[in-house]
Design a protein around this ligand. Structure first.
Ligand code: FAD
Length: 267
């Protein structure tokens, strides 16, 4: 959306194809997290700017290589984002070579599952395993606490949500979470096994292992870039750009910056 907005401001004709029925991408999911509703505002503003600047926006329009070629554009900016990793295939950053043993009946879900079915019974205990360290795991903890569960946050990191520590949001979240009296943080730990009602974790730098009560396990892992379209288009267009999570799954700021710079680079 930012690439389209800047290209329009520079006077180019812009067609924006979006596979989903609405614009916003991952923002549409992120804004469902508790205390994160306002993150959607940037998407609302970008969308209104695109229509104000007369972009040719095509919703529910999945583009493959042939579709892109058929449009005969001078420039292609690919911003196809990322997809969540299957939580049962988790490769932990702290120990990617070791496969986590997961019971076939264990309830192991992603944040996408958690927020797409808010009425579902998740039991009385939950573990949020955070391999990323950003806001996503905090949102999952808040949701589960809000639904009345006892929640254990487990991470490989040295501390709770290190990626946003400097913003002060992690401290505010901790205050809210602990006030429920049903919340615990375990750091510097890796996952060993997930069973139906508990999970086994182990200290990364020690030998101690521990069983965590968890009828539901939410895995917050790095998403996977969706960049097959860009690979397939390479060599076919002189001006071809890849931006945002499709390069590497990160945050809004790099996605917006890369989209902005790609549009400015149009010659
Ligand atoms: C739970 C959660 C919480 C987050 N919290 C934060 C936060 O607090 N702060 C922050 O900065 N970031 C946060 N993020 C990350 C942020 O949402 C993403 O980094 C950002 O949205 C990436 O933007 P993007 O445009 O690169 O990709 P996306 O937002 O994934 O958009 C890609 C779009 O491309 C479409 N598409 C894919 N393939 C095709 C195709 N072939 N044809 C047409 N359309 C296609 C998709 O439908 C999608 O709409 C969060 C993400 C999640 C999942």
């Amino acid at each position: 959306m930012e690439a389209a907005r800047i290209a329009l401001l520079f006077g180019h004709h812009v067609m924006l194809a979006e596979a989903a029925p609405n614009l916003g991408g991952m923002l549409s999911h992120a804004k469902r997290l508790p205390k994160l509703q306002a993150i959607g505002d940037i998407g609302i503003w970008l969308e209104s700017e695109l229509y104000r600047l007369s972009a040719d926006v095509r919703l529910s329009t999945y583009m493959d290589v042939a579709d892109v070629i058929a449009e005969a554009p001078d420039v292609v900016i690919v911003a196809t984002g990322s997809q969540p990793t299957n939580p049962r295939d988790i490769l932990q950053v702290a120990d990617p070579a070791t496969k986590v043993m997961i019971s076939p009946n264990a309830r192991v879900i992603t944040s996408f599952d958690l927020f797409s079915d808010r009425g579902k019974d998740l039991g009385r205990t939950a573990m949020v395993f955070d391999d990323v360290g950003h806001y996503e795991a905090i949102g999952c903890c808040e949701e589960l606490i809000g639904r009345g569960l006892e929640v254990t946050y487990v991470t490989r990191h040295l501390m709770f949500a290190p990626a946003i520590e400097v913003t002060g949001r992690a401290q505010a979240a901790l205050r809210r979470l602990y006030s429920a009296g049903r919340f615990r943080v375990v750091t510097q730990a890796e996952l060993i096994a997930i069973d139906d009602d508990h999970s086994e974790i182990r200290q990364i730098f020690g030998r101690h292992s521990e069983a965590i009560p968890a009828e539901t396990v939410v895995i917050v892992a790095f998403r996977q870039s969706e960049n097959e379209l860009w690979h397939a288009l390479r060599g076919r267009f002189e001006q071809l750009h890849l931006v945002g999570d499709a390069v590497s799954p990160r945050d809004l700021q790099p996605a917006i910056r890369e989209g902005h710079l790609a549009a400015r680079a149009i010659v």
